[in-house]
Design a protein around this ligand. Structure first.
Ligand SMILES: Nc1ncnc2c1ncn2[C@@H]1O[C@H](COP(=O)(O)OP(=O)(O)OP(=O)(O)O)[C@@H](O)[C@H]1O
Length: 286
């Protein structure tokens, strides 16, 4: 079922084209939005979250049009948004911050608001930090608090802008588990640079580059873009533009078959790199 439908979405900042007539449909579950810096991911998410008005094109969220003032409030109720830099007040406690955001989200009944704040604290596993000041939380906890504020009001669509950036491996695993749970009954749109996040979490993936959608499909289909073009060899390949050593000490390369190389199973990252025509860091260990 289509939850979000975007058609011909365009946005410029002065001479910079951030969205170049984007069409996209998002269905229930977790959709990953991959793309390099400046691809237009944040701009797209901000337009969906009604934080930014596009120059052209249409957006429908559950059939509603955020460009129509009378429908915008209802669209906002249905969306939870975690921006890249959520700006959480450092001197608030975790509980007070959520209570404050809940007021802004028009949960005006005190009893209902308390229950809702407790529910989201529980959902992101921060109940034991309810009285801790935001400035005393670790990076991972802060990110979970950001997620908690997005979940207030139980929105059907949750939009997360690079939520795992800067997290250590343990926090990232915890955050992934939360997102995965969210996706069981909600629609989640997750922008990320991390192909591992996409493999671990997403049923669908959309790749953006230069303000355009350059791929839509399953993670497996994205890996399939590199089918027959990924090679492993014992010696550094000659002639191929880029290669790196994997954990087993083999040289991995994308492109033409180097002499003596064997075909390798492509990963999501291989498909993504090939799609973008990216240069891969030579000699880096992966
Ligand atoms: N407020 C702004 N003013 C001017 N240019 C902007 C603004 N916001 C974004 N841009 C430009 O628009 C383009 C798309 O940016 P956007 O932040 O949407 O990309 P992104 O894919 O989210 O990148 P990143 O992963 O670095 O956040 C970039 O060229 C960026 O420099």
């Amino acid at each position: 079922m289509t939850i979000v439908a975007v058609q011909g979405l365009a946005k410029r900042y002065g001479a910079t084209v951030a969205l170049d007539f984007v069409d996209m449909e998002i269905t229930v579950g977790v959709t990953g939005l991959l793309g390099p810096n400046g691809a237009g991911k944040s701009t797209l998410l901000r337009c969906l979250a009604t934080a930014l008005a596009p120059d052209a094109g249409t957006i429908r969220v559950g059939g509603l049009d955020p460009a129509v003032a009378a429908q915008r409030t209802e669209v906002r109720r249905r969306i939870g948004y975690l921006p890249q830099n959520p700006g959480l007040y450092p001197n608030f406690t975790t509980y007070d911050l959520l209570d404050y955001v809940a007021v802004l989200k028009e949960i005006t009944d005190g009893r209902q608001r308390r229950a809702e704040v407790r529910r989201v604290l529980d959902e992101v596993e921060l109940t034991d930090r309810a009285k801790t000041k935001v400035r005393k939380l670790s990076g991972g906890m802060r990110q979970r608090l950001g997620l908690a504020q997005a979940l207030l009001g139980d929105p059907a669509l949750v939009v997360l802008d690079e939520p795992t950036v800067g997290l250590d491996p343990e926090q990232r695993m915890l955050f992934r588990a939360l997102i995965s749970r969210l996706g069981e009954r909600r629609t989640v749109l997750l922008s990320t640079h991390q192909t591992e996040d996409v493999g671990a979490l997403c049923e669908r993936v959309v790749v953006m580059s230069g303000g355009r959608v350059v791929f839509e499909g399953s993670p497996r289909e994205l890996a399939g873009v590199a089918e027959g073009q990924v090679w492993l060899s014992e010696q550094p390949p000659v002639g191929n533009a880029a290669y790196w050593r994997n954990a087993d000490g083999f040289y991995r390369t994308i492109g033409h078959q180097p002499a003596g190389a064997e075909a390798a199973r492509p990963s999501i990252e291989d498909g993504y790199l090939l799609l973008l025509g990216n240069a891969v860091t030579t000699g880096a260990t992966r």
